[in-house]
Design a protein around this ligand. Structure first.
Ligand code: BTN
Length: 240
């Protein structure tokens, strides 16, 4: 596969989204040691300390069938990271809707999916993944307290091995989107330990309270409120 390695960049997501860079091969991975303008969800800053993390983005180009299921692409990335960490280091992970990976209730990985359209059709989806690997200190803005594999596992780990495992697993799950998409939602639900819990979902100034009832086939959150089931497509989820 096409692999681009850079020491420093503004943001690996921005790089792959920018058509001027001429990268048009689906599956291309850009990995950076350091980002100067790393972005998280909701305009948060994502800080990557040099050589201690995995900071990379994967380009999906003109995969129109997949682009009908953006949330399942999100889930595929989260599952790929979670399973890779479980397999390599025997750590128990947990998924938080829509796409955080947690260990011991702390965030080990953030995922930012962004798309770009030509005309009014999405032709480019970039999946940005930041994994806290060997850090012991954290900077930046957090929606959740951070941790790293090193902290949870007790020693430094090899980033190359983890990256290879994540990329393989991601491909595996992406294939499932067209062949057996309920495989993804089923696995995702098994790893999301919030179902049935009282939660609130915050999007901008709006806060919605309810019970995390389920997720639907497309990976949207179904919130049980006093008025019935509401489908949530965006927001930050927290346990009450
Ligand atoms: C979040 O939890 O808010 C998502 C964080 C996503 C960070 C990754 S690091 C690689 C890619 N490039 C970016 O600028 N952001 C994503």
């Amino acid at each position: 596969r096409n692999f681009i390695y850079v020491e420093e960049i503004d943001s690996t997501n921005s790089f792959l989204l920018d058509r001027k860079n001429g990268v048009n091969e689906s599956g291309t991975v850009v990995l950076a040691e350091k980002q100067t303008k790393g972005r998280g969800r909701k305009d948060r800053v994502w800080y990557s300390s040099k050589e201690q993390n995995l900071t990379f983005s994967i380009l999906l180009y003109k995969e129109f069938k997949l682009f009908e299921h953006l949330n399942l692409i999100n889930f595929s990335a989260s599952l790929a990271v979670a399973n890779s960490i479980e397999n390599l280091y025997q750590l128990r992970t947990e998924l938080k809707w829509p796409n955080d990976v947690l260990i011991n209730k702390k965030k080990i990985c953030g995922i930012l999916l962004e798309s770009s359209s030509q005309g009014n059709k999405i032709d480019r989806v970039v999946v940005g993944i930041g994994v806290n690997v060997n850090q012991s200190m954290f900077q930046g803005q957090f929606n959740y307290p951070p941790t790293s594999i090193r902290i949870e596992f007790g020693r430094e780990v090899e980033r190359e091995k983890l990256l290879a495992e994540i990329l393989n697993n991601f491909e595996f799950y992406l294939n499932k989107i067209s062949t057996e998409s309920n495989y993804i939602t089923r696995e995702w639900k098994e790893k999301c330990r919030m179902i049935g819990e009282k939660i609130y979902v915050k999007e901008g100034d709006i806060i919605k309270n309810g019970i995390f009832d389920d997720i639907d086939n497309e990976g949207f959150l179904l919130l049980r409120t006093k008025d019935g089931i509401e489908k949530i497509t965006i927001g930050d989820v927290s346990i009450v």
